[in-house]
Design a protein around this ligand. Structure first.
Ligand SMILES: Nc1ncnc2c1ncn2[C@@H]1O[C@H](COP(=O)(O)OP(=O)(O)OP(=O)(O)O)[C@@H](O)[C@H]1O
Ligand SMILES: [Mg+2]
Length: 238
């Protein structure tokens, strides 16, 4: 479904993504992990067309290189951002409608908006201003806004950050339902290894922009190089 081939991104002298190749299969939940500054978010920025790069990125056989972000969104790729992006003065319903309008060719699809609000379990809060939502609510809203564009693949950037155990469980359930019931392919960047091993079918570990390994989560997390560079690190407990 998504294929990166020899993708490299340099910011001046810094090689943020270094000759990276990997493949995400249709219907998969695919994880990406690695230390701070490893290049994880940059990989998302390249896939979604924020910066030019060397190499090739294909989605369902289509070459995404040089495509502007809105066309990549129309091709069926949606994402959330590491730093929560909400419009605090809009209501939940209105915020999801913005996503729906963005994804649709023929304007607002009210039934779809209502369905998404139910799916992310924000029905009771639908007329609330998003600035009043708690952390879990804000995260569900961001995922809902991404889903409203009717994507085929959803990319999540550290969706669990700052969440407690109950919130993590709720988000994991939601991600599983998006994959299982909506049939979306999912890529998730996450620092919580336990979340990744429980949720994903395949796990890519990167360091300094380059792949350390890409394998079944239980294989990836027991890889000697991964343990040395990453698992031993404090933020596994974070
Ligand atoms: N627009 C940019 N201009 C210059 N350097 C950048 C830019 N975006 C990212 N970088 C650099 O590229 C490297 C990779 O950053 P990136 O945000 O992709 O890391 P990350 O793996 O997502 O880290 P974190 O776990 O902290 O979110 C870092 O050294 C970062 O400072
Ligand atoms: Mg990041």
């Amino acid at each position: 479904m998504l294929t990166l081939t020899n993708v490299t991104k340099k910011f001046g002298e810094l090689v943020a993504v270094n000759d990276l190749s990997f493949k995400v299969e249709d219907g998969q939940i695919f994880g990406i992990a690695g230390p701070n500054g490893a290049g994880k978010s940059t990989v998302y920025n390249l896939i979604t067309g924020f910066y030019p790069y060397e190499g090739r990125i294909e989605f369902n056989g289509r070459d995404l290189s040089g495509m502007p972000p809105y066309k990549i969104a129309k091709a069926g790729i949606a994402r959330t951002f590491q730093i929560p992006q909400i419009f605090p003065s809009l209501t939940v319903e209105k915020s999801i409608s913005v996503g729906s309008r963005f994804g649709s060719r023929d304007g607002l699809d009210e039934d779809h908006v209502a369905e998404i609000i139910r799916f992310v379990e924000l029905s009771e809060e639908k007329n609330q201003k998003t600035g009043h939502l708690n952390l879990l609510g804000k995260k569900k809203l961001m995922i809902g806004a991404a889903l409203a564009t009717k994507p085929r693949m959803l990319m999540l950037d550290e969706p669990m950050a700052g969440s407690n155990a109950n919130e993590i469980k709720a988000l994991m359930d939601l991600i599983r339902r998006i994959n299982g019931e909506m049939g979306l392919t999912i890529i998730i960047i996450e620092h919580f290894m336990k979340v990744l091993t429980e949720l994903t079918e395949k796990l890519l570990i990167i360091e300094s922009g380059a792949m350390i390994c890409c394998d079944l989560p239980e294989v990836a997390t027991s890889d000697k190089r991964v343990i040395e560079s990453y698992i031993g690190d404090a933020y596994v407990e974070r």
